[in-house]
Ligand binder design. Sequence first.
Ligand code: SF4
Length: 698
Amino acid sequence: RGAPAEREVASVCPYCGVGCQVGFRVRENRIVEVVGRDGPANRNRLCVKGRFGFDYVAHPDRLTRPLVRIEGAAKDPADCLDPARARTKFREASWEEAMERAAAGLARIRDTHGPGALAGFGSAKGSNEEAYLFQKLVRTGFGTNNVDHCTRLCHAASVAALLEGIGSGAVTAPFTAAADADLILVIGARPTENHPVAATFLKDAARRGATLVVADPRGNGLDRFAAEVLRFAAGSDVALLNALLHVVVTEGLYDRQFVAARVDGFEALRAHLAAYGPEAMERVCGVPAAQLRRVARLYARARAALILWGMGISQSVHGTDNARALIALALLCGQVGRPGTGLHPLRGQNNVQGASDAGLIPMMFPDYRRTGDSTARAFLEELWGARLDPDPGLTVVEILDAALRGEIRGMYIMGENPAMSDPDAAHARAGLARLEHLVVQDLFLTETAALADVVLPASAWPEKDGTVTNTNRQVQMGRKAVEPPGEARQDLAIIVEMARRLGLGWSYAHPREVFAEMARAMPSLAHITWERLEREGSVTYPCPAPDAPGEEIVFRDRFPTPDGRARLVPAGLSDPGEMPDAEFPFILSTGRELEHWHTGAMTRRAAVLDALEPAPTASLAPAELRRLGLAPGARLRVATRRGAVECTARADPAVPEGMVFMAFAYREAAANLLTDPRLDPLAKIPGFKFCAARVEPA
Ligand code: SF4
């Protein structure tokens, strides 16, 4: 900062799924400023992370040479808390030595114990090309489908329900469809914190006159723009949504024509909903029956209504049921497939949509073709020149469980930090420490890398070319702005080198070659080429022709199911997880905050963001703090049946009494040491938003 930049490179923000286009302003191989560009998702706007979150790229903590574990240096989960101590257990190595050791260890386990003893975690922070190649490496080089990434901790439940209900896991409309909506329902999402630029479009719509309905157990930054605020009890999503559905059905507000023409399962859902009247559900969800009736009528009678949801819906042990009920609401009311309507699960990471599309999930190949689908398998076996396992692999939490049991013995982790992001992190760290061989590819000696055998220094997003796909299905071009430090290498080159050493004869020289192969493997990318993205910056999929814009609103006439019809799936009530009791009387809810992104590896190394939120806090209602005898700013301890952490008390009127909220970005008070690892049975996503906790003075 100071002297003017020498050049500006057009790229995409590396943080959230909004996918704001940015200009990296560079001087002497350093980013000195980031500005917003006129991308379709941001129209020159940026939030505080996009604007100020770039110091991590040139941070002195960056890994600049490969590291290998010193012989005899024990893997101790306590090293996750102490990077300096962790560093003493490694020595620097040449790339040749590190890659040889990394690949030989994985090959030995594969050849001795079979492919099922290996697993890989890719990353939603890498490019589409990296995600595609990483899953291809695990499936063809390791020989297993044990490959997953943080989508399992994010929107797995939404995708499971959407695939089941309408045959596609992606959004049916961009969040900018809010401009054409006359009602917008935001539930279990906090866009002002987690998708701030998307929030500006929602605020624009509300100012224009659209009816905004916000449903959240906590006070929400959008509340003051909302016509209706539904403060429902944590974990009672299905009760709330079934009450809305009940009103729609019993008052005859549903779209008969749409349901008859395009939807199956109406009669079964109608029968199921009989028990979910608003008066009965008021006692469960805490929202007055009159308000439930009012909101149901508003939604059903809206000319065009859009639903946006987030982790509050999906990160639940009944996340799939939550999403099923939302999907049913839109289908019953015919609020899909027209301008201003739609279902939009706001994607978390910048490329979680693209990484999932590219096949970085254990039960599906690229473009969501199931591993058991023999036609899809035969096509990919031909394209990839390798045999593929028909059995689905293990998911994120299942893989670390298997590691702890000694069944998974080796892992390759690229850009993920499960030692911080997995539920019951002590358990996850123990699983990582038990691995015979762990290879971690990252920018820093993260909490996960602290338990590795080999650490490979990788490249930051502004150091590489590649495409990413945002929450709106917009495939966008990221461009290299600066060189990586020291000997750090491009992730794509590291994956290709790993594949070569595992016996695969890969020779991709540039991401455009990978993208060209992806376009052959993935019909969703039809008419989207690297050259077109270089020229246009962003193209939405699906795209009907080489010179046509992509389709923002999909499923106008039919759903992508075998018969073109959608399916209503009834959802019932169940416990939201570990219930509070006398010993642990609070509900612990975890999530993000505006200034820090996920496990904090990037944003806590950004000076402005770190200055804004420098330390971990636990937020409670002011009345709860008074009851506990705690002043704001005092030290407190939050404990669950998994562990305890200490941090600073924050008084937050947005938090309901009986709840404590913590962000999961802070190593020194890692919220995931506390969270409950039980999973949604279908989507295998943990319930990060609900477990029993105790709060006391430290
Ligand atoms: Fe980056 Fe998301 Fe902020 Fe846009 S809204 S600048 S994509 S973090």
